[in-house]
Ligand binder design. Structure first.
Ligand code: FAD
Ligand code: SF4
Ligand code: SF4
Length: 352
């Protein structure tokens, strides 16, 4: 790859956007007038000649110094990274579980964080009923469950954080996929370097293997005759190999290999499956429907989770060691595949 001396929009275009590696996290969107988000895509509105820009510095896909989380006092496994503890957990509220993606732990934790004043606002990914899923800011705990469930397309949700920051909002919690957690980490470091206060106080990361390109998924579903907004999407555990969606008209299944062809290109170089930069990382508990795997990574994450258990918001059990091995293996596999895909891409650019 050609050495890029700029750390501004030029560098972002050269190293990320023009290579098709943008993963639509939203960290550069609505920061300035030059980037916007339309119908599932990040659009560059105009050129900016600044030699340094937050867009480049915050982008999780941009080449920058690798941040290594501080592992003091925490156990570390190569794939899932540093942690304090890992649990099997689920919300104690059956109604909330019914509308959640898995066990509803993410919804329960952010509701509690708002109720107890740990945060004053939360950035979430909305349902996208009128189009592509997008970031939203929620200020009341009663509204968090309205966005529960996973949208399998990328959402540029961090644009809502940029807008909140412009309005001077403090005490923010963010829910997002690993690339969004990585963007928050870069953002936090940048703000610290500049002597500025980071309004983000709590990060709940979701496990992620890939996310789909919204426009390509919409075109695919339209071609299959599917109409109306998706109420739920899910990938049942192997060996089913289907992508299951439900709309007002019912439930439908599509072959997973066809769906995998719609993955964002940038996800192929992603090395993080378990949100290394979350205070808490949450995924499905493979093989135990309606439960979550919860990785507690920081003291603030631990304080919130302990409180959720004490107040009866979630139930938790020790995470079986064999499942932890399996999770670590899967995360390591993604790390290796992502690193190999990146090496290959750079090699091809250099004519190797
Ligand atoms: C694109 C994607 C891929 C995933 N891949 C895996 C995987 O391979 N393995 C695995 O174990 N888990 C995966 N997950 C996580 C899983 O789907 C659940 O989000 C997680 O287990 C938490 O479940 P829950 O019941 O606690 O969530 P809920 O309580 O239902 O809360 C879900 C939260 O997810 C947020 N959200 C929804 N869609 C998006 C989106 N597109 N981007 C960012 N945030 C969003 C919402 O803001 C909501 O607050 C993925 C999630 C996404 C969004
Ligand atoms: S990955 Fe995120 S920060 Fe980077 S270009 Fe895409 S939306 Fe912007
Ligand atoms: S695979 Fe990685 S880059 Fe793609 S959406 Fe998930 S976390 Fe982001």
């Amino acid at each position: 790859m050609k050495e890029s001396f700029s750390q501004g929009q030029d560098a972002l275009l050269e190293t990320v956007i023009n290579k098709g590696l943008c993963v639509t996290c939203g960290a550069c969107v609505d920061l300035c007038p030059y980037f916007t988000y339309v119908d599932g895509r990040v659009i560059v509105m105009d050129r900016c000649r600044a030699g340094e820009g937050r867009c480049f510095r915050w982008c999780p896909q941009a080449p920058w110094k690798t941040e290594t989380p501080d592992t003091r006092g925490r156990e570390e496994r190569e794939g899932i990274g540093p942690f304090i503890a890992v649990f099997a957990s689920r919300s104690r509220d059956p109604e909330k579980r019914a509308s959640a993606q898995n066990g509803g732990v993410v919804t329960a934790l952010m509701e509690l964080a708002l109720e107890c004043g740990v945060v004053e606002s939360v950035i979430v990914t909305g349902r996208g009923d009128g189009g592509s899923p997008m970031g939203e800011r929620i200020d009341s705990s009663g509204r968090i469950s309205a966005v529960s469930g996973s949208r399998y397309t990328a959402s540029a949700a961090l644009a809502a954080l940029n807008r909140a920051e412009k309005e001077g909002v403090q005490g923010i919690g963010v829910i997002g996929v690993p690339c969004q957690m990585a963007a928050l980490e870069r953002r936090g470091r940048y703000l610290a370097e500049k002597g500025l206060k980071d309004p983000v106080l709590l990060r709940i990361g979701l496990f992620c293997t890939w996310a789909l390109d919204y426009r390509r998924l919409s075109a695919y579903l339209a071609q299959k005759g599917l109409k109306g907004p998706l109420k739920k999407a899910d990938i049942p555990p192997p060996p089913t190999e289907v992508f299951r969606v439900s709309t007002a008209a019912g439930a439908f299944e599509y072959p997973l290999p066809e769906i995998r062809a719609l993955i964002q290109k940038g996800c192929s170089v992603c090395r993080d499956m378990t949100a290394l930069h979350g205070d808490i990382s949450v995924g499905a508990f493979e093989g135990r429907e309606g439960w979550n795997t919860v990785i507690i990574r920081t003291e603030s994450g631990k304080a919130l989770f302990d409180q959720a258990v004490e107040k009866g918001k979630v139930e938790s059990e020790p995470f079986p060691e064999e499942n932890l091995h399996g999770l670590n293996r899967a995360a390591l596999g993604k790390k290796k595949r992502g690193a190999e895909a990146y090496r290959q891409m750079i090699g091809e650019e250099n004519g190797e």
